[in-house]
Ligand binder design. Structure first.
Ligand SMILES: NC(=O)c1ccc[n+]([C@@H]2O[C@H](COP(=O)([O-])OP(=O)(O)OC[C@H]3O[C@@H](n4cnc5c(N)ncnc54)[C@H](O)[C@@H]3O)[C@@H](O)[C@H]2O)c1
Length: 417
C-alpha cells in the first residue's frame, strides 16, 4: 500500500489515541454503523486533505466503513500527528501521506499522490485539493461527483471560484452548517487555541492583555475563553456589526494600531492577510507573544518581520524569538494554526459533530440520482437536525417538543392579542 508517513513504529501509540478520541465521538459512531449497512460510497475513490489528527482518523475509518476507497493527505504542513498517520497505515490500512513539518514541496506532492488515484469524491480543509485539481488536473473534473469543504477560508475561496465561473464541481460547504461553525469554530477553536498557546509558552493568562483579531465564530470562542481565564481581552475588527457585538459582550474594541501597544498576547483569527504588520510589531511591548489560529499562515506578516529582525532563535519548541529595535517578540508555530501545531487541535467531542456532518454530506453527494451542477451547496437541513438530535441524546439531554396547538399557533398569522 502506498503511503508516506514519518515512522510506522509509532502506530501502536497512534491507535491508542484514535481509540481514545473515538470514545468521545458517539454521533460519528452512529454514522459509521449506518454506513456499514448502507454502503453509500461502495467502491468509490475518495481523496481527503484534512488535518491528520486522531479525530480525522475516526472520520476516514467511517468513510472506509461506508465502502469508500479512501486516501488521506495533510491539509497543513505542521498539523499532522505522526503517530496517527502511522496507525492509519499500519492498523487501519488507509493510505496516508502526511509528515509533521513537511516542506511545501512535499505537502503538494502528497496532494498529487491523492490526485493520481483519480478520486470521484473530495474532502478539503482549506480547498487546496480542489484548487490543485482545477489548476493542474482539470481533465479529471468531469468525473468528480462532488466534494465537501470543512473550513471558513476554504468556503470563501470556493465561493470566489464560483463567482468567477471557475468552479467546475459541486461542493458542500460543511463549514457553514450550524452543527459545524457554532460549535467547532467557537468552542473547539476557542479552547484549543488557548491550549496551544499554553503548551507552547506555559504562560499564565490571568491579568494579561490578550488581543484577539477578528470576532467571528473563532474569535468569539478565543475571546470568551481568554476572559474566563482572567485575561483582559481587546478585540479588533473591520466589520461594524461584529465590533459592536464584541463591545456589547463587554470587550474593549479598538484598532490594531492601538492594541499593538497594549497586548501581552496577540491571536489572529480573521482568515485575512497581513492583519499584524511590521508597523504593529514596532509598537509592541518587549516580550509580546504573537500567534495565529486562522487557516493560512498569512495573518501575521512574518516575511516583513524577518527582513527587519533577521533570523529568529528557537527558544522553546514552537516559540521563535525575534529581536526588533532591542525588543523581543515571540512568534508561535511559525504563524501557522497554533492549536493544531502546538496542541492537538479541537477536542474529539466537538469534532464529532463536524465530522458527522462532513461524512453525511459526502454520502449525500455520493448517492445523488443525477449529478449535481457545479456550485457551492448548503448541508441539507435534515442532516443538521439529525446530528443535533443525536448529539443531545449522547449527552443525555432531553428537550421539549412542540404540541399540536403550538405548531398551529406558530404557523398562523391570524392569532394576535
Ligand atoms: N484553528 C482552527 O482549528 C480553525 C477552526 C475553524 C476555522 N478556522 C479558521 O479561522 C479563521 C476564522 O474563521 P471564522 O469561522 O471565525 O470566520 P468568520 O468569518 O466568522 O470571522 C472572521 C472575522 O474576522 C474579521 N476580519 C477580517 N479581516 C479583519 C482584519 N483585518 N482585522 C480584524 N478583523 C478582521 C471579519 O470581519 C470576521 O468577523 C478562518 O481562516 C478559518 O478557516 C480555524
Amino acid at each position: 500500500m502506498e503511503h508516506d508517513v514519518k515512522d510506522l513504529s509509532l502506530a501502536a501509540e497512534g491507535k491508542r489515541r484514535i481509540e481514545w478520541a473515538e470514545r468521545d465521538m458517539p454521533v460519528l459512531r452512529s454514522v459509521r454503523e449506518k454506513f456499514e449497512k448502507e454502503q453509500p460510497f461502495a467502491g468509490k475513490v475518495l481523496a481527503a486533505v484534512l488535518h491528520v489528527t486522531a479525530e480525522t482518523a475516526n472520520l476516514v475509518r467511517t468513510l472506509k466503513a461506508g465502502g469508500a476507497n479512501v486516501f488521506l493527505a495533510a491539509s497543513n504542513p505542521l498539523s499532522t500527528q505522526d503517530d496517527v498517520a502511522a496507525a492509519l497505515v499500519a492498523e487501519y490500512q488507509i493510505p496516508t501521506f502526511a509528515i509533521k513539518g513537511e516542506s511545501t514541496e512535499t505537502f503538494f506532492s502528497h496532494i498529487e499522490a491523492l490526485i493520481a488515484q483519480k478520486p470521484v469524491l473530495t474532502m478539503d480543509d482549506g480547498a487546496d485539493l480542489v484548487s490543485t485539481l482545477h489548476q493542474k488536473h482539470s481533465e479529471l473534473l468531469p468525473q468528480i461527483l462532488g466534494g465537501t469543504e470543512e473550513t471558513t477560508t476554504g468556503v470563501i475561496r470556493l465561493r470566489a471560484m464560483h463567482k468567477d465561473g471557475a468552479l467546475k464541481m459541486p461542493i458542500v460547504a460543511v463549514n457553514d452548517a450550524k452543527t459545524k461553525n457554532l460549535f467547532d469554530n467557537r468552542y473547539g477553536t476557542g479552547q484549543s487555541t488557548l491550549d496551544g498557546i499554553i503548551r507552547a509558552t506555559d504562560m499564565l493568562l490571568a491579568g494579561k492583555a490578550v488581543v484577539v483579531a477578528g470576532y467571528g465564530w473563532c474569535g468569539k470562542g478565543v475571546a470568551s475563553r481568554a476572559r474566563g481565564m482572567g485575561a483582559v481581552v481587546i478585540v479588533t475588527e473591520v466589520d461594524p456589526i461584529k465590533a459592536l457585538e464584541a463591545a456589547m459582550d463587554g470587550f474593549v474594541v479598538t484598532t490594531m494600531d492601538n492594541a499593538a501597544k497594549l497586548g501581552d498576547l496577540f491571536v489572529t483569527v480573521t482568515g485575512d492577510i497581513n492583519v499584524i504588520t511590521v508597523e504593529h510589531f514596532k509598537r509592541m511591548k518587549d516580550g509580546a507573544v504573537v500567534c495565529n489560529s486562522g487557516h493560512f499562515d498569512v495573518e501575521i506578516n512574518l516575511k516583513e518581520l524577518k527582513k527587519m529582525a533577521g533570523t529568529p532563535t528557537e527558544v522553546r519548541r514552537f516559540v521563535e524569538e525575534y529581536v526588533l529595535d532591542g525588543k523581543r517578540i515571540y512568534v508561535l508555530a511559525e504563524g501557522r494554526l497554533v492549536n493544531l501545531s502546538a496542541a492537538e487541535g479541537h477536542p474529539a467531542s466537538v469534532m464529532d459533530m463536524s465530522f458527522a456532518t462532513q461524512a453525511t454530506a459526502s454520502a449525500w453527494m455520493a448517492t445523488q440520482k443525477s449529478a449535481l451542477a457545479p456550485g457551492v451547496y448548503d448541508v441539507p437541513e435534515y442532516v443538521e437536525q439529525d446530528i443535533a438530535t443525536l448529539k443531545l441524546a449522547a449527552m443525555g439531554i432531553q428537550i421539549d417538543h412542540l404540541t399540536e396547538e403550538q405548531t398551529r399557533y406558530l404557523a398562523s398569522w391570524q392569532e394576535g392579542t
